[in-house]
Design a binder for this molecule. Structure first.
Ligand SMILES: [Zn+2]
Length: 169
């Protein structure tokens, strides 16, 4: 399992700021707090008000990742054994007009996965105490989310949760 913190996907952590934005606030952009090199990338990473270059930020995430993943692996679990089935014949999604009118009910494979995550695992209670503005919490959040997705995927395959219930023949 990986948090997808390769340098190309670091943006998903939401800490990157375009260099021009920093230039508008500060006259002189400071070097990376970690390697002390001037920034060469188009964006820098703000962790608790300190600016990191992409490479140093990626390294920091990489260092925290094993601990976060170990925590998630130990903590994440299903809270019910009685899991629902998604029958693709029952798929329903509102039209754009219905959606815009506030009728947002949908029954799709995606909404089924959301339902499993929120109602049948301890995902919500695990993330409840996390502060999304705290860097370490965001790494933990990413690890919990990745692990829960993995558990949901495993359950769908192992317990055959997506299947046609109607047997016509
Ligand atoms: Zn650096």
């Amino acid at each position: 399992m990986d948090l997808g913190c390769g340098e190309e996907s670091l943006g998903s952590f939401g800490w990157s700021i375009p260099i021009e934005e920093i230039e508008e606030i500060l006259e002189v952009v400071p070097p990376c707090i970690c390697c002390e090199e001037a920034f060469v990338d188009e964006a820098i990473y703000d962790v608790n008000g300190e600016y990191y270059c992409k490479a140093c930020f990626a390294e920091m995430v990489r260092e925290l990742q094993p601990e976060a993943l170990a925590f998630a692996t130990e903590q994440c679990k299903f809270i019910s054994d009685d899991l629902p089935i998604f029958d693709p014949l029952e798929e329903y999604r509102p039209t754009r007009e219905e959606y815009e009118a506030g009728e947002k009910y949908a029954n799709t494979e995606n909404s089924f996965r959301c339902q499993l995550r929120h109602e049948y695992t301890n995902y919500d209670s695990l993330i409840a105490g996390l502060d999304r503005d705290v860097f370490y919490d965001q790494i933990i959040y990413a690890a919990i989310r990745a692990r829960i997705m993995e558990l949901v995927d495993e359950a769908i395959v192992q317990r055959d949760l997506i299947r046609y219930e109607r047997e016509d023949d």
